[in-house]
Design a protein around this ligand. Sequence first.
Ligand code: SF4
Ligand code: SF4
Length: 392
Amino acid sequence: MKKSKDEIITYDDLVRKWNDEKKQMIEQTSEDRIYRWNPDGMYNIYENTGKAITDNNPYVNLVDIEEFDLIIENEPYPVAPPPMNKGKNKEKSKSAKFFGLMHKEITGDSMYYIKDQRISMERIENEAKGINIPKPAKEKEKDLLKVKKEIFEYAKSLGFASVGVTKVDRRYVSMGVDDEIIFDTIILLGYEMPKDVMKHYPNPKGELGAFGAYTGCARNVHKVADFIRTKGYDCRARGWDGSIKYSPHAVNAGLGNYSTYGVCVTPEAGTRLKYCSILIDAELPLDKPKDFNIEEFCSRCRMCQKSCPSNSIPKEEKKYKGSIKRQTRFSTCLELMTTQKECLKCVRVCPFSMIGYEQCMESLPQYYMYNLERDELDKGFLLSKKEGEHNE
Ligand code: SF4
Ligand code: SF4
């Protein structure tokens, strides 16, 4: 059978096209916007002028950051390029095809990511607009501690490794999205990128790390939301589009502490997590921030920063108007993430992600004992303790 024109486009062709697109995107960088892909491979733009958008402000619980200038100042996010082809759908399908081929190379299924994302995101977008929301059961279960426990157990049975409850911090909600955030209590749901997948670079055949975890979120977030409704409470599922910054919320919910590269490190899975969430109309008992001593460990590690092939993780934190920030440089990271079949080296080298919290904490006193310089970690001090368990 004769192949259609679309089928004979190669992955390398798409990488080349994608690089051209990225160049355009970066050239159009603006200081007050973030963008995220949507399931069609196009971009949603979130205007953030006047808002605090950093994934890593360790003092978020201690100071009133409203007083700060709350604009992304470090590495602004690119703006979507103008259409290169005429016609809306042509442009949409081009980026989607890029991911499709990348995923086909790894999983054999070009729709691996897109099909689940599309269904789930459509439902999320509808719910945000108040469309097609399933009705909660008539009777409310009164014992909210029990309700919370049951939600957590159910979410964990679906594969969410980290679950926590906190209040929405609207300083970390993008402008233009506030109206969709109709409840103040948020359940954070972290889906794990499997350790076995992360041990291999590039990804082993059949498996995706980040995109696999996003797919896990897409497949399961509505199941948890529907479960909540059986308890008599209204709720709205939220996705992974960046409109709510999840790292500060995850830290506030006691799931972990900030990492060197700005995401939340959890004791259960390190940085191998992608988050989605559910806004719930119930005063569930809140979880509290906890000190896991992770920032102390990070200060002596910095392996993610040292191993990042595109130098996207800044060596020093940035002091900015009273807060300390670490922010991964988006534009250079994007290059690697999209052309190297999920770089994720920062996750793959993280001892919390690959070796585990207990072992990390056991090794911490040895830094003091030998008064090791931080650069000693470059020589594999920590990883040599678990030789054979890590392929990097
Ligand atoms: S690699 Fe090291 S510095 Fe980076 S997040 Fe993990 S523990 Fe922290
Ligand atoms: S994904 Fe790769 S390029 Fe991006 S920050 Fe992590 S190590 Fe650096």
